[in-house]
Design a protein around this ligand. Structure first.
Ligand code: PLP
Length: 454
């Protein structure tokens, strides 16, 4: 359906009159024409004027099997006919149980206990509170601190911002945040130790090891984005990095929280990023792709050992006093079950392997463009870092907003993407075909070329 000229005009006016958009400078928004999406199918979005765009970032990293998948739509409809919501406080519901069973089956060995919530940020808040309380109830009350990584992003609530490390987003809230022990992150293109990733032997983790050596007695947990620091600009961990973090956490008796909110559900080419290095964390957070991108849902999943520290008599106060109103919403859980079933039915992870390789080959052509400093890819997650000088890696002045210019050009060519500073991000849905992937890279090439020249 395409809306009439009059309707579209009033939608544009009312958007600007009534809505405050996330992560958006609203002055800029109000001064410019904006796209209003009306529908979607497969990897395409359609706006109210009937123009189609490739959804090149999976509607902010959530869409897995494409928009309008009949199986997920049907699962939602069938569940709504039974019941749309009932509480998990004092009751349970059928889809929440079935989904928890499935999640325990597909997540790394050892993590089985599913605590539901509704966004990546809440999943992280819950992980932090569980880790903290775990030690309070395990005769180690002095273990209260968290180790975090520079450039980390774990969400926008105060707890998840406290464990974040992106100054642009987080600095203003510093007075509100709890302090953490922050260690450096792996940003191999701009290595702070000036080492080569092929020969560095993960020297950037030495700082973490020293930190653990000195502080482990007071550290409750470490929180890490496995394999890809996504919001920082798709910064890839070198091979062995995650494994060594796991080993260090075990050696120093610190809980490992793996935040799989961005990388989970196939984005990196395996169901969960931890699998690439055979890692089982103590606590894992998932959200975004869990419902295939249809409804808000998140889960914090723990080991039995963590869970058991919360068992006791009601008057012992070992209860985990946390819960959101829509925790375990049955419609969202039904969508998630349908999405996980599609992974199996379509052999999604298997069929994406040759497409990952093809994407690598297609992206290689971008190196012809002198403004392309670095291309980072893990599975279907891609970051293309634009630089003013490839030789010196000098960034463009921030005021030029090169990443933003590139995504505006891409829109004119029929693709919606979003930058992270001057990193152009591509994260297509896992069902994107080989031809569509080629088209995505072709548009990206054209948009960068038009904005930065050759
Ligand atoms: C690794 C990671 N954790 C947590 C979050 C927060 O998720 P949400 O936006 O659903 O709160 C994000 C969002 O991008 C993320 O990338």
């Amino acid at each position: 359906m395409v809306v009439s000229g009059e309707q579209s005009q009033s939608l544009s006016v009312d958007d600007k009159r009534y809505i405050w958009h996330p992560f958006t400078q609203m002055k800029d928004w109000l001064e410019n024409e904006q796209i209003i999406i009306e529908s979607g199918h497969g990897v395409y979005l359609k706006d109210i004027h009937g123009r189609e765009y490739i959804d090149g970032v999976s509607s902010l990293w959530v869409t897995v099997h494409g928009h309008g998948r009949p199986e997920i739509n049907e699962a939602i409809i069938q569940q709504v006919k039974k019941i749309s919501h009932s509480t998990m406080l004092g009751l349970s519901n059928v889809p929440a149980i079935e989904l928890a069973r499935k999640l325990a089956g597909i997540t790394p060995a050892g993590i089985n206990k599913v605590f539901y919530s509704d966004s990546g940020s809440t999943a992280v808040e819950i992980a932090l509170k569980i880790a903290f309380q775990y030690w309070q109830q395990s005769s180690r009350p002095e273990k209260t601190k968290f180790i975090t990584f520079r450039n980390a992003y774990h969400g926008d609530t105060i707890g998840s911002v406290s464990v974040g490390g992106i100054d642009l987003f987080h600095a203003v809230y510093r007075p509100l945040l709890f302090p953490t022990l922050q260690t450096g992150s792996a940003y191999c293109y701009r290595c702070s130790l000036d080492l080569d990733p092929d020969s560095c032997r993960l020297a950037c983790l030495n700082q973490l090891e020293e930190m653990l050596d000195e502080h482990h007695a007071e550290v409750a947990a470490l929180i890490v984005e496995p394999l890809v620091q996504a919001a920082a600009g798709m910064l890839l961990s070198p091979p062995g990095y995650l494994r060594r973090i796991r080993d260090l956490c075990a050696r120093y008796d610190v809980l490992m929280i793996a935040d799989e909110v961005a990388v989970g559900f196939g984005r990196t080419g395996k169901m969960f990023a931890c699998e690439h290095e055979g890692v089982s964390p103590d606590i894992m957070t998932v959200a975004k792709g869990i419902t295939g991108g249809y409804l808000p849902l998140a889960a914090t999943i723990t080991t039995d050992e963590v869970f058991e520290a919360f068992l006791g008599e009601p008057d012992e106060s070992r209860t985990f006093f946390h819960g959101h109103t829509y925790t375990g919403n049955p419609v969202a859980c039904a969508a998630a079950i349908a999405s996980i079933d599609i992974f199996e039915k379509d052999r999604t992870l298997e069929t994406m392997q040759p497409k990952i390789e093809q994407l690598t080959r297609a992206l290689d052509r971008l190196r012809e463009l002198p403004s392309v400093g670095d291309i980072r890819q893990r599975g279907f997650m891609v970051g293309i870092e634009l630089v003013a000088s490839r030789e010196s890696k000098e960034p463009y002045p921030a005021a030029k907003r090169m990443g933003h210019q590139v995504i505006l050009e891409a829109r004119k060519m029929g693709m919606i993407i979003r930058p992270l500073g001057d990193v152009v991000v591509l994260m297509p849905p896992l069902v994107t075909t080989a031809e569509e992937l080629d088209r995505i890279v072709e548009i990206t090439y054209g948009a960068i070329e038009r904005v930065t020249g050759r």
